[in-house]
Design a protein around this ligand. Sequence first.
Ligand code: ARG
Length: 606
Amino acid sequence: MTGVPSLSTVIDQRLAAAIADALPEAAGADPLLRRSDRADFQANGLLALAKRLKGNPRELAGRVAAGVESGAGAEGGESPIREVEVSGPGFLNITVTDAALLRTLAARAADDRLGVPFAAHPGTMIVEYSQPNVAKEMHVGHLRSTVIGDALVRIMEFRGEKVIKRNHVGDWGTQFGMLIQYLIEHPHELDHEGAEGAEAAGGEAETGGESGSAAMSRLNRLYRASRELFDADPEFKERARRRVVDLQAGDGRTLALWQRIVDESKLYFNAVYDRLGVLLTDEDLVGESAYNDDLADLSAELEESGVAVRSDGALCVFFDDIKGPDDKPVPLIVRKADGGFGYAATDLAAIRNRIGTLHADTMLYIVDARQALHFRMVFETARRAGWLPEGVAHHLPFGTVLGKDGKPFKTRSGETVRLMDLLDEAVARARAVVEEKATGLTEAEVAERATEVGIGAVKYADLSTSRTRDYVFDLDRMVSLNGNTSVYLQYAYARIRSILRRAEGEGAHAEARLELPLAPAERALALHLDAFAETLQDVADAYEPHRLAAYLYALASHVTAFYDQCPVLRAPDEATRANRLFLCELAGRTLSQGMALLGIKTPERL
Ligand code: ARG
């Protein structure tokens, strides 16, 4: 499926042809076509082109303009161009016909995918995201990774990529020695009848959220208690250290307890994913432990090939350009001096697996910007070892979530903010907004909408910020009806649906009426609707969901201006009404499809 070419693509092609005609030596030059306020589009590329070829820009622009205009019917059928005008030192202003606009939009409307093509060369894409740590609370950094990763997965799947999700959880490491040893010595510690978990037991089936939170409090209790003993009792510390060795040796009883802790954490992770409405399932969860058996081989191979060398007993990889503050080289440590493998070894093993076994063409790592150096070293090591071809792995860093004080988001006492509490609060705030807007809803409807609005607000605030920037977590702003928020977009969608429902009640139908002249607000909306596929292309090329959020916000704004200036149900005549309903319908579909790709729901009523 090639999709429906947008008018800007069509014009771009005509410009390219006209340039090649006017100046054969400039064939292939980019006309730099952009949307413009003066006309529909502006081509800015001729100026630089004429300068480069030592020609007269206005003269060149004139010849290209004539070429574009006479290219009429190049693809057969009517020319989409109404006017081409040379402006300034050599720009081209291009206006398309109303009929061409409506024709293109009708083709989009006739397609399930709104005319969005599949990727030209789809491949296997691994998206690694979320990656919380077992036995620990998730924090806002994990929230960002989860939300951004989920949007990218949806977008890439929509483009026809074969996406493999990977939730690379931190489920291995020395802290497990401490936790497991404590469990052995306090066998009832994780029992569901434990003090804080009591409310969750009692025979009744636990709901997802409650069982998740109860699991997390049990784990917190275990963590705190074992940590305390570990710090206070040197003998326990020694037993915990030996327990790590048992774990690494695959001792049955030790592994079984490790598995219990992992399972308990999974309950919690899944409750968060469920609340967030993201796509991750147990199948996507392939933690650090999964690569355990590969690590010995892997380090031997690195050492034999000379990629890694021994340094102070540790197996290390060095880089000419990576130095610490004292100008000493900072190595990537594959194996520690005590023989233990760390975070880096696991990442290298994961790369070998993802390329060698899963045949990834692209690998995306949605991880905090603070780990940029780690990934640079890991990717470079894998490249030297011959495991990682150029251009396959991309670390997509993201910025920090800040509190209102501009510092990393923490509770007042400096602890990690509990994600569940945060999401519950977002839903509670959204509930107030929903209750104010809507009347006559059942309790179940209010609850459902509050969830859609509240969770949408949190996701949108994240996704509408450029990935690499920090942002302030401000629930008041996130659930505001005004400004660039998900509620504003959800409201725009609900309003469209309400108009369409009323139209249906009146027996009015939607239809593109190619013979009609379009009002300025209709043209602006139409041109924007035609750019949906291009926007998705940009989003996919740059792995930047915020571009889609920006597009959708602009779309909602165009819809608002359109209502203000162009009555729909009370349009002056039947044809205009049908045509406006058509624009409403396509705007609604585009809005909800776009939001769905961000992982945000668009309720039919709000
Ligand atoms: N679990 C880590 C953390 O919470 C993130 C893991 C990132 N992914 C990776 N392949 N290293 O910081």
